[in-house]
Design a protein around this ligand. Structure first.
Ligand code: CA
Length: 237
């Protein structure tokens, strides 16, 4: 799968040129023309890199960058600046950008920076994969900032150990082992609580609610354990 680059630029001609050049390099190009759409697309598409203009309608690039970093968005962000005072803001503030380019820039220069950033991401990913595959028999299941160690029955989130009740742990592990699959409440109940458990599928809902409070950034809008309408739940990682 080609890597995805989200281009956030409100000037149509430049946006088009950027998209054209990104695609020419074999990447998938997605475009946004304002800050709000950019945020929404970044969350939804999880691009491998973002080219982010600073002067944007609705929400400027600096706010977009800060918001994404607060949400632990990990991909590189390359800022595009038009004026000197913008450079000062990018360089002087801890906004979490990886690199910046001053307009006007050459496409060649831009593509060199894009490639450098994506290569770095690739190296990190390979290292993570090595760590994962060298672990004995997938002792640890890793979902970005969430890791589950089966031997120790230990769950770590953002480097802190989570205090989970035994049933919460069993439920989370069951979800993790069936990542991406729609699991009905009945199936979960049967597999996690067992045939002889006296209870109903609301037990599952209650435990999912508790788990969400512990592992979701925003339990009201869960991204790890999502509700499947008319079905049950799906663990997204
Ligand atoms: Ca602009």
């Amino acid at each position: 799968m080609p890597e995805t680059v989200l281009i956030v630029e409100d000037e149509p001609a430049l946006q088009e040129t950027l998209a054209y050049n990104i695609q020419k390099q074999g990447y998938q190009a997605e475009t946004a023309s304002n800050g709000r759409t950019a945020l929404e697309m970044a969350r939804r598409l999880k691009p491998d890199l973002i080219l982010l203009d600073i002067m944007l309608p609705e929400l400027d690039g600096i706010e977009v960058c800060k918001a994404l970093r607060r949400e632990n968005f990990a991909s590189p962000i390359l800022m595009l600046t038009a004026r000197d005072d913008e450079i000062d803001r990018v360089v002087g503030l801890e906004i979490g950008a990886d690199d910046y380019l001053t307009k006007p820039f050459s496409m060649r220069e831009l593509m060199a920076r894009v490639k450098a950033q994506l290569r770095r991401t690739q190296v990190i990913r390979e290292e993570l994969n090595k760590i994962k595959t060298s672990a004995p028999e997938q002792d640890t299941l890793l979902f970005d900032t969430l890791s589950i160690n089966r031997t120790r029955r230990e769950v770590i989130l953002d480097e802190g150990v989570l205090a989970l009740k035994p049933q919460e742990y069993d439920l989370l592990l069951f979800f993790a082992e069936h990542r991406g699959q729609m699991l009905s409440r009945e199936f979960i109940l049967e597999r996690v609580w067992g045939w002889d458990y006296i209870g109903d599928s609301r037990t599952v809902d209650v435990h999912v609610r508790w788990l969400r409070q512990k592992i979701e950034k925003d339990p009201a809008t869960p991204t790890r354990i999502v509700t499947v309408r008319g079905g049950g739940y799906r663990f997204e990682g």
